[in-house]
Design a protein around this ligand. Structure first.
Ligand code: GDP
Length: 446
């Protein structure tokens, strides 16, 4: 995740302030140094780093911490506010008819982003169309067409035409029935005149309402130049940062936002059309600083639940009434899978993200996903009765299921144990009164 390092190193420094109520100059300097180090390592441009850290230092020294706050919370609040201020609000995207032009270098993720955005708009009830004008990259047409069909949105492209401006014009006419037109353009490996001329010509023809610059999170110090060139050529209204699921540092994208005086529109977090998030400054920075982001998590859970209706006889009411079967557990597992990789989900849980993940071996998340898959296989070998009443499964049945599923008996035991654990946890939730719930929510909001 972007700037991950900042989150964990800052938490480390701040934890050392634990228990203090007043900050001395030395404390502030230490925190500021830590922030500078992390931001520079994350490829944020140096001038920007200094600007940000000076402001944090000034405020931490000059402002009076409100009564009752610890030094740690006070600094965290300032860092949080300054970072939110730096990234700014997300790019305005009214849910109405509009044309959006995507620009960026080759491989930055434009084609993928076009499909993701189209999918996102369609989930909001609009009818998007993707217009593919990339005649430069072989395979761009096929890729765009396939992704559009996966996103279940209209598509226009013309593999026999090598004039992108003409394709753009014809595409707009051919997809008249759509209300959101997303125009994907060709990139180049580097900033070349050809690229800039072409995007200017397409821009003039399409006359978009919004121009978004798509950037790979891995972009480093080159971000400034790139952002400047696109800003001069067409004007950038917003930035889309892609590949945030990887190990990228992401700081370059922050530089781009600052350079173009624009904002972030979307974040790309994977290769499928669903792996997209609308950028939300508060959530983004909370996540970065390890404060968690309940809202994003809630949205993902909701989305996973929406698409998780393949199992015909699953009724969440049953769980609330105190029953929790292996079928329920399977449903939960599927929903989890749809939310995305477990480590991303963990990032969103307040107070959990950094802490727990830091303690896990690197491959722990994969193991967990593998384990879920083997649980699926085990469940496939169980009878309806066993799924509904896992407590009735005895040693003989464990042997039979293990043989049938080709899994070791321990795996079957493990599944039953996992089920018992989840059941116990749910029981605790059910025993909770409203006051407990509210206290828990308060703590989560932090
Ligand atoms: P374009 O040349 O700008 O159109 O770039 P593409 O959309 O073809 O993306 C280049 C590569 O990056 C493809 O292999 C995509 O699958 C991949 N990609 C794009 N966005 C993401 C993302 O958010 N996460 C990951 N992991 N891969 C991405």
């Amino acid at each position: 995740m972007v700037l991950d390092d900042l989150g964990s190193s800052l938490r480390g420094t701040l934890d050392r302030l634990q228990g203090k109520t007043r900050l001395d100059e030395e404390d502030v300097e230490e925190v500021v140094r830590e922030i500078q180090r992390s931001l520079i390592q994350a490829d944020v441009e140096i001038d920007l780093v200094m600007e940000l850290s000076d402001e944090i230092e000034r405020r931490a020294l000059e402002e009076e911490p409100p009564g009752g706050t610890t030094a740690r919370d006070f600094v965290l609040r300032i860092v949080y506010e300054e970072m939110v201020d730096l990234v700014g609000d997300s790019t305005e995207l009214p849910l109405e008819s509009q044309t959006i032009l995507l620009a960026g270098l080759q491989g930055s993720g434009k084609t993928t982003t076009a499909a993701k955005m189209a999918w996102w708009f369609s989930k909001k009830g609009l009818r998007p169309a993707i217009i593919q004008t990339d005649t430069f990259r072989p395979g761009a047409y096929d890729q765009a067409e396939e992704m559009a069909s996966r996103a279940e949105v209209s598509f226009y492209g013309d593999p026999d035409n090598d004039d992108p401006v003409e394709i753009a014009r014809e595409g707009l006419a051919a997809t008249e029935e759509a209300d959101v037109h997303i125009v994907d353009t060709a990139g180049r490996h580097a900033l070349e005149e050809g690229l800039i001329d072409e995007i200017e010509a397409i821009d003039a023809t399409v006359d978009p309402d919004r121009r978004l610059l798509v950037m790979d999170a891995a972009i480093g110090q080159g971000a400034k130049d790139q952002a400047q060139r696109f800003e001069e050529a067409i004007g950038v209204d917003g930035v889309v940062i892609t590949k945030l699921d990887g190990t990228a540092k992401g700081g370059g994208a922050l530089t781009a936002v600052n350079e173009t005086d624009s904002s972030i529109a979307f974040l790309g977090t994977g290769e499928t059309v669903q792996d997209v998030e609308r950028f939300e400054p508060n959530g983004f920075i909370s996540r970065l600083l390890g404060m968690g982001d309940l809202k994003q998590l809630a949205e993902r859970v909701e989305r996973a639940m929406e698409t998780g209706d393949e199992e015909e006889d699953w009724d969440p009411e049953d769980i609330m009434s105190g029953q929790f079967t292996l079928k329920d557990m399977r449903h939960q597992m599927n929903a989890m899978n749809k939310m995305g990789p477990l480590d991303q989900v963990l990032d969103m849980i307040p107070g959990l993200g950094g802490g727990i993940k830091d303690q896990l071996p690197d491959d722990a998340m994969d193991v967990t996903q593998d384990r879920m898959r083997s649980f699926e296989v085990v469940m496939d070998s169980m009878t309806e009765k066993e799924l509904e009443n896992p407590r009735s499964v005895g040693a003989n049945q464990v042997r039979r299921v293990a043989r049938g599923s080709g899994q070791p008996e321990e795996r079957v035991q493990e599944l039953l144990e996992q089920h018992r654990m989840m059941e116990r946890t749910l029981k605790q939730f059910q025993g909770m009164g409203d006051a407990d719930m509210q206290r828990m929510m308060k703590r989560m909001e932090g």
